[in-house]
Design a protein around this ligand. Structure first.
Ligand code: MGD
Ligand code: MGD
Ligand code: SF4
Ligand code: MO
Length: 694
């Protein structure tokens, strides 16, 4: 059925209503939308013009969201595997049968191995609060293992917190007050499109925009100036900027004396980081290093905007540690529009009681935790005590989204692993499930959506009833609790009650009517306007005793990634290219949409992008099939010759499913599953590959 078709035998009902909701995708914009419903069918989904951040616009993915909702490929009943794992051969079963089987398998595993042998793997396919967090009540009660670290965002937070004592940063909408905007490792026009008008507004007031990225992205194309360092080298660039700030007298000494610790040690440390040294490490002209430092030293206020691109390296936390030293040196936190801006989800903490929603008190002891990123490793490690015997994937497609995917595939192939996937579609991961359970889409379930790109928590009113037998994430976990015979009332509360527990001080009727509630944020726009920082010293820690205690350098320090040309020349002799796998498509949101007919095919097929000089050296022509490989896996993709990269750097776009690549595999068949320096994030971009004609 398509969005505009009425169900068979349906008689047109005159009542048409408009329901407001909030996009659930793991995207900073958390747009507000209006769904027009006629006779129980959603017939139109459009941006809500009153939404304070998205102002009525959605995006090329979600403009066609109803194609997703009413896709003939939607999973609408529980399914049980009938063929080999990975074959995707499944047959419909009832919820009773599916839950009966889960209860039986879980009890047997608990008897033999204990509850820690069961692991929920929850990702942000739906980042609404109930979808993401309510299920934790059940897993706490069960005593299942849990995952630590994250695929996205956590490293930026802990890196920033090691300098400032908190991951809090500037509301990105405050960039309209900046006079210099550094978009450092973020592709705003693609990944955070509703922020672009704010940047354009600052520009009309005279702000300059500089993009710092190893790829000449569409955002770089729109900048006043584009700086293109080699991947993973930015910390060297920051140290040279500090060197110039000191050398040329651009440090705000009064601010530094009052609000930082370790300045003298930093000055000694950066003395060796001449612009020439950084230029050599980053592959930049020394004049460009000087110019960037000069602009930063002389233009107040400067707003530095960054998201996730730079986090996905072995030294991802150090990037944020070093970056957050810069605003303190120039005193930028004093000025409206000065400082640095990452995810602002943390400001919602003043409204949301996540702990109450997750029900930690239901857990009898500490739950074992395994790094989210190391999925392939722990799924294939039978020496773990206990080994993972049951995996429940909710809101994630790890075979496409997690590094070292071929190792994950080997884990998912284990005959003795009981895998349950709660999904809307038969994803690459769901094809390996013993049971696939049908999930609702955002217009079918009540929820609230905290944003990480603006300060509004959005209300999401269900517009239509769940399609088929699909259930929301919260309903799934209520049913799992029933299947296990758990009777604690917290496990069975309805969605509205759970939302009230999450937002104890919010007038929910008002929020429901208006569509959102704004998180508290300083009126004068300055997150650290009073000059105090929640570190041990109460100041910005240019030197950090707590980092030293955790085994890290006291000062911001550059080191090449272990898997990089400078970090391992012997490996680089075999795999000479650094691989980037950025978000590239206007019609994809992470792994969602590439399989839908009005999304995927319009983006063409996945490819490996490289500059003409590299292609010529490899004997490859534009459009010719190439093999891209390393010791973890390979993909076969056509070559796209472009001028967007540096020599020695190639890019394979990410988000496509395995069957959309010739010969299977996907970008993450190649990527490095090393943990970041701290924060247990992913070093996706610390990856070396070889490329040759296929
Ligand atoms: N190589 C490489 N890999 C990356 C990245 C990269 O840049 N390069 N980026 C990383 C980043 S930043 C992120 S955040 C992750 C994202 O990784 P994921 O969170 O795994 O990816 P998504 O595609 O956002 O969502 C996964 C699934 O959630 C399902 N889903 C949507 N709504 C619901 C729901 O309400 N309930 C249930 N049960 N399922 C639902 C969708 O159908 C989809 O299949 O990927 C990471 N992986
Ligand atoms: N259209 C679309 N929008 C999305 C998504 C999507 O899949 N599609 N995903 C959403 C999600 S989950 C997230 S987390 C955000 C992420 O939003 P962004 O962080 O903006 O996106 P990324 O593509 O992960 O990385 C941004 C840039 O970092 C660059 N980069 C990589 N390594 C380095 C480095 O060493 N130094 C520097 N300076 N730059 C580097 C990449 O080349 C890339 O252009 O986007 C969200 N929005
Ligand atoms: S995916 Fe992002 S930009 Fe698109 S509608 Fe959702 S929140 Fe807005
Ligand atoms: Mo993300």
């Amino acid at each position: 059925m398509t969005a505009l078709d009425e169900p068979a035998g349906h008689v047109q009902v005159p009542d048409t209503r408009v329901v407001h909701g909030t996009c659930h995708h793991d995207c900073p914009d958390s747009c507000g939308w209006h769904v027009t419903v006629r006779g129980g069918v959603a017939v139109q989904l459009r941006g809500n013009p009153a939404h304070p951040f998205s102002l009525g616009e959605l995006c090329p993915k979600v403009n066609r969201f109803l194609d997703r909702v009413y896709s003939p490929q939607r999973i609408l009943t529980p399914l049980r595997r009938t063929g080999p794992k990975g074959s995707g051969e499944l047959t419909p079963v009832s919820w009773d049968e599916a839950l009966g089987e889960i209860g039986e398998r879980f009890r047997a595993i608990i008897d033999r191995h204990g509850p820690a042998a069961i692991l929920p793997w929850v990702s942000a396919g739906n980042q609404s609060s109930l979808a993401l967090l309510f299920g934790e009540r059940f897993w706490n009660r069960l005593g299942a293992s849990t995952t630590s670290g994250a695929l996205c965002g956590h490293v930026a937070k802990v890196g920033a917190a090691s300098t400032n004592g908190t991951g809090k940063s500037l509301d990105p909408s405050e960039l309209r007050h900046s006079k210099l905007i550094l978009l450092w490792g973020t592709n705003t026009r693609l990944t955070n499109r509703h922020l672009w008008p704010v940047i354009e507004a600052a520009r009309t007031e005279g702000a300059q925009v500089v993009v710092i990225d190893p790829i000449r992205t569409i955002t770089a194309e729109s900048a006043d100036w584009f700086v293109q360092p080699l991947p993973g080298t930015d910390v060297a660039l920051m140290l040279a900027m500090m060197h110039v700030l000191v050398r040329d007298g651009h440090v705000d000494r009064a601010y530094v004396d009052a609000h930082t610790v370790g300045f003298d040690a930093l000055v000694a440390h950066v003395a060796e980081w001449t612009p020439q040294r950084a230029a050599d490490v980053c592959g930049l002209d020394v004049a460009d290093v000087e110019r960037l430092a000069h602009l930063y030293g002389t233009i107040r206020p400067t707003g530095i905007r960054t998201l996730i691109g730079a986090e996905h390296h072995e030294h991802g936390a150090m990037f944020f540690r070093a970056l957050t030293c810069l605003p303190a040196l120039v005193g930028d936190w004093q000025h409206r529009g000065g400082g640095f801006s990452r995810s602002v989800g943390i400001w919602n903490d003043a409204l949301t009681d996540d702990a109450a929603l997750m029900g930690g008190h239901l857990s009898e002891g500490r739950r074992r935790s395994l790094p989210m990123v190391h999925m392939g490793r722990w799924l294939t490690d039978l020496s773990l005590d206990p080994p993972v015997q049951a995996l429940v994937v909710v809101g994630g497609n790890p075979l496409v989204t997690v590094p070292n995917a071929e190792l994950i595939r080997r884990g998912l192939e284990r005959d003795d692993l009981f895998t349950v996937v709660h999904e809307q579609f038969l994803t690459d991961t769901a094809r390996y499930a013993d049971l696939v359970l049908p999930a609702t889409t955002q217009i079918e379930a009540l929820d609230v959506v905290p944003s990480w790109g603006h300060l509004h928590v959005g209300w999401n009113e269900p517009a239509i009833a769940p399609l088929g037998e699909s259930v929301s994430n919260s309903e799934l976990h209520r049913r799992l609790a029933t299947a296990m015979g758990y009777t604690e009332p917290e496990l069975h509360v309805d969605d509205l009650t759970a939302i009230a527990q999450l937002l104890p001080d919010v007038d929910l009727e008002l929020m429901r009517k208006e569509g959102w509630v704004r998180a508290p944020y300083p009126d004068d726009g300055r997150p650290f306007g009073d000059g105090s920082f929640p570190t041990a010293s109460g100041r910005v820690e240019l030197t950090s005793a707590s980092l030293v205690a955790a085994g890290h350098p006291a000062l911001p320090t550059f080191a090449p990634a272990s898997e990089s040309p400078a970090g391992d020349p012997a490996l680089a002799a075999r795999f000479p290219f650094t691989l980037l796998t950025p978000k590239q498509h206007t019609r994809f949101l992470n792994s969602s949409y590439s399989h839908l007919p009005k999304h995927g095919p319009l983006e063409g097929e996945p490819y490996v992008e490289m500059v003409a000089a590299d292609a010529a050296r490899l004997g490859l022509l534009d459009g010719q099939p190439a093999r891209v490989w390393n010791e973890r896996g390979e993909v076969l993709v056509p070559v796209r010759v472009s001028e967007r990269l540096r020599e020695g750097v190639v890019a394979v776009p990410w988000g496509w499913w395995h069957d959309q690549h010739r010969g299977g595999g996907s970008a993450n068949s190649l990527t490095n599953d090393a943990l970041t320096d701290w924060g247990e994030g992913v070093a996706y971009s610390s990856t070396l590959v070889a490329v040759a004609p296929a």
